[in-house]
Design a protein around this ligand. Structure first.
Ligand code: LP5
Ligand code: MN
Length: 242
C-alpha cells in the first residue's frame, strides 16, 4: 500500500489579479505536495490561458514551483479545464508535468478512480457544450494561437464576459453535472469512484441505491486562500483543507 499521500486539486483559477491564491498554491506545494507520492491537477489551474507565450508572474512562478516538485521526484499530472484548455505542450514540458486526458482512469493501490475536470458531465448546458465543441477544434485553436497576444487576450476577456452574462441567466441545475451522464460514465469505465471539479460545489456524494453503489467526489474551487482538496492515503479518499 502507498505510504505517502496523493493530492487531487482543481479550480485554482490562478492569475496575476489574485496574488493571495498564488501564495496559497506556493504554500501548498512547499508544505504538502513536496511530501506527496503524486499530485493530480484536474483543470482550471489558471483563470484563463490564451497561449504558452504567457509572460505573467503567475505563469512563471507556477512553472517554477511545479518544476521544483518534479526535481524532488513528485510526479505532477495535469488535465485541462475549460479555462485553461489552451495550456500547450511547451508549458507542460517546461513545468515538467505529465498530460492527463479528460477523462482518465487512474489506479491507486488497485482502486480504479475516474478523474475528469467535470465540464463534460454538464450535458444539460447545451450552449456551453456547443461552445466547447467549437473551441476544441484543432484548426480553430491553431488559427487563434497564430493571432497576436494582445488580440487573444482581448478575445479571451470577451468570451469570459459573455460566459458571465449567460451564466447569470442559467439555473444552478443547468450548470451542475447531469446525473445520467455520471451513471453512464461509471458503467462505461467500470469504476465505482469518480472525482471531478468545475462546479465549485465540493461534496462527497454517495449513491447507495445505485447498482452497484458509487461515490462522486466534487473538488472545491480555491477562494480566499481556502479550498477543499482530496487526499488519498491508506486506502481512503478524504477531503482536506489547505
Ligand atoms: O468557467 P466558468 O465556470 O465561469 O463558466 C463555464 C462556462 N464558460 C466557459 C468560458 C470560460 O469561462 C472563458 C475561458 C476564456 C479563456 C480561453 C479563450 C480561448 C478561446 C479559444 C478559441 C479557440 O467555459 C460556461 C458554463 C459554466 O462553466 C458551467 O458549466 O455554463 O459556459 C458558457 O457560459 C458558454 C456560453 O453558454 C456560450 C459562450 C458563447 C461565446 C461565443 C464565443 C465564440 C468563440 C469563438 C472562438 C474564436
Ligand atoms: Mn471549470
Amino acid at each position: 500500500m502507498l505510504t505517502k499521500p496523493i493530492y487531487i486539486i482543481s479550480d485554482l483559477h490562478l492569475g496575476d489579479g489574485h496574488p493571495e491564491l498564488l501564495e496559497a498554491f506556493e504554500r501548498f506545494i512547499d508544505i504538502k505536495a513536496r511530501n506527496a507520492h503524486a499530485l493530480y491537477i484536474l483543470g482550471d489551474l489558471f483563470e484563463a490561458w490564451v497561449g504558452d507565450d504567457d509572460e505573467s508572474l503567475t505563469a512563471k512562478r507556477v512553472c517554477e514551483r511545479l518544476k521544483s516538485l518534479a526535481e524532488l521526484g513528485v510526479p505532477v499530472f495535469y488535465m485541462h479545464g475549460n479555462r485553461d484548455f489552451l495550456v500547450g505542450k511547451s508549458y507542460i514540458k517546461q513545468a515538467c508535468m505529465h498530460s492527463l486526458p479528460d477523462p482518465s482512469v487512474v489506479t491507486f493501490d488497485g482502486h480504479d478512480i475516474l478523474m475528469s475536470h467535470g465540464d463534460l458531465l454538464c450535458t444539460h448546458d447545451i450552449p456551453y457544450q456547443r461552445y466547447r465543441w467549437l473551441v476544441h477544434r484543432s484548426w480553430l485553436q491553431a488559427l487563434f494561437l497564430a493571432l497576436p497576444r494582445s488580440f487573444r487576450d482581448k478575445l479571451g476577456n470577451k468570451i469570459r464576459m459573455k460566459s458571465q452574462e449567460q451564466g447569470s441567466k442559467k439555473t444552478m441545475n443547468l450548470m451542475d453535472v447531469d446525473e445520467e451522464t455520471v451513471t453512464k460514465w461509471l458503467k462505461q469505465y467500470q469504476v465505482y469512484t469518480i472525482v471531478h471539479g468545475h462546479t465549485h460545489k465540493p461534496f462527497k456524494h454517495f449513491y447507495p441505491m445505485s447498482h452497484p453503489p458509487f461515490t462522486r467526489f466534487v473538488l472545491g474551487a480555491w477562494e480566499n486562500g481556502q479550498a477543499r482538496i482530496l487526499c488519498y492515503q491508506r486506502g481512503e479518499l478524504a477531503f482536506v483543507d489547505l
